[in-house]
Design a protein around this ligand. Structure first.
Ligand code: UDP
Length: 335
């Protein structure tokens, strides 16, 4: 049983990966500052796993804390989820994004080097493709960025590449997420933004509960069939399984990899809204609003490499994504 450190392990993707890791026979240890995670996530994980996972409360920017954590645990691999992720906010606060996302990665890597832990799974993003020229996007497509968030993710990848080239003991699983949505089938964990959500599905969920009056569709004049933005939405449980496969490959081969995690199928804002309406049983209202600064028209993965290298295939449908989100939202409201 390998011990795996999950920075940001109480967050949305981290918590689902924590469950998948435990189910695959690993021992997750969580480091989280709970800046964007609910306080009751450890209890919810305990309910799902049968025992409370070990949780360290603190920041990836805290070098002393990291040193203590590595000194007291035999960590086989680190999964680095802890980061800021709101594209729109990053346009207003580029320095905060650099501090947390790049500073956090550097502090973590220094602690790993001192502790001789050389394997890390890195949460990257489809944002590193900037304004993509080819759809679906293969991993060798040109990279770029359209906003400070994308910049931090790309710069993080580049730092990892330089590190891997400097010393063969380093091995990184760089995972470029497309748009993770949905929730665990149990309805016990899911996405829980503290403020008004920035991302599409959590926003739609609050329209479905009546907390927000309507969805604002950011632009209906994009060069897409219905004019609204297209993304490759991937069920968070599929994404979590992709992390387990990435980890297993790192442990088995000692070799790094750089992979898209997506379905290969693009969906428009209006398609997602209609699917959520099916899940909650009513048509959800929307208004057309101006384009959101920093947005690109279409992002869609070419998922071939992840399939070939890891045997990874996203299995769950858009309807599964919406139904699981709605189950989580309604269950949590009943708690
Ligand atoms: N979007 C929208 N209204 C919202 C939030 C998002 O129309 O309230 C659109 C956004 O313009 C994009 C898509 O939904 O085309 C996905 O946005 P999200 O923020 O979820 O993910 P991103 O791909 O930007 O990281």
């Amino acid at each position: 049983m390998a011990t795996i450190l999950l920075t940001g392990g109480a967050g949305y993707i981290g918590s689902h990966t924590c469950v998948a890791l435990a189910q695959a026979g690993h021992r997750p240890v969580i480091l989280d500052d709970f800046s964007n995670a609910a306080e009751d996530v450890p209890d919810r994980l305990a309910h799902l796993l049968g025992s409370t996972p070990e949780v360290w409360r603190g920041s990836v920017l805290d070098a002393e804390l990291l040193a203590r954590l590595f000194a007291t645990h035999d960590i086989a691999v680190v999964m680095h989820f802890a980061a800021l992720k709101a594209v729109g906010v990053s346009m207003q606060r580029p320095l905060d994004y650099a501090r947390t996302n790049l500073g956090g990665l550097m502090t973590l890597l220094e602690a790993m080097r001192t502790a001789s832990v050389h394997r890390l799974v890195y949460s990257s993003s489809a944002m590193v493709y900037g304004l993509p020229e080819t759809i679906p996007i293969p991993e060798d497509a040109p990279t770029g960025f359209a906003n400070p968030y994308g910049y931090t993710k790309l710069a993080g990848e580049q730092l990892l590449e330089q590190l891997a080239a400097s010393d063969p003991r380093w091995a990184f699983g760089i995972l470029r997420y497309f748009n993770p949505v949905g929730a665990h089938a149990s309805g016990l964990i899911g996405e829980d933004p503290a403020d008004i959500p920035n991302n599409l599905m959590p926003y739609i969920a609050r329209v479905a509960t009546g907390e927000l009056p309507h969805l604002q569709v950011f632009g209906d004049d994009y060069p897409t069939p219905d004019g609204t933005g297209i993304r490759d939405y991937i069920h968070v449980e599929d994404l979590a399984e992709g992390h387990v496969l990435s980890l297993q490959s790192l442990m088995r081969t000692g070799q790094g990899h750089l992979l898209n995690l997506g379905t290969g199928q693009g969906r428009s804002v209006l398609e997602v809204l209609a699917a959520y309406g099916r899940a909650c049983g009513r048509t959800l209202p929307h208004v057309i609003a101006p384009r959101r600064p920093g947005d690109v028209p279409i992002l869609c993965a070419d998922p071939t490499r992840a399939a070939e290298l890891l045997g990874f295939r996203a299995r769950r449908s858009l309807d599964d994504m919406c139904a699981s989100s709605w189950r989580w939202i309604t269950r949590r409201q009943g708690d």
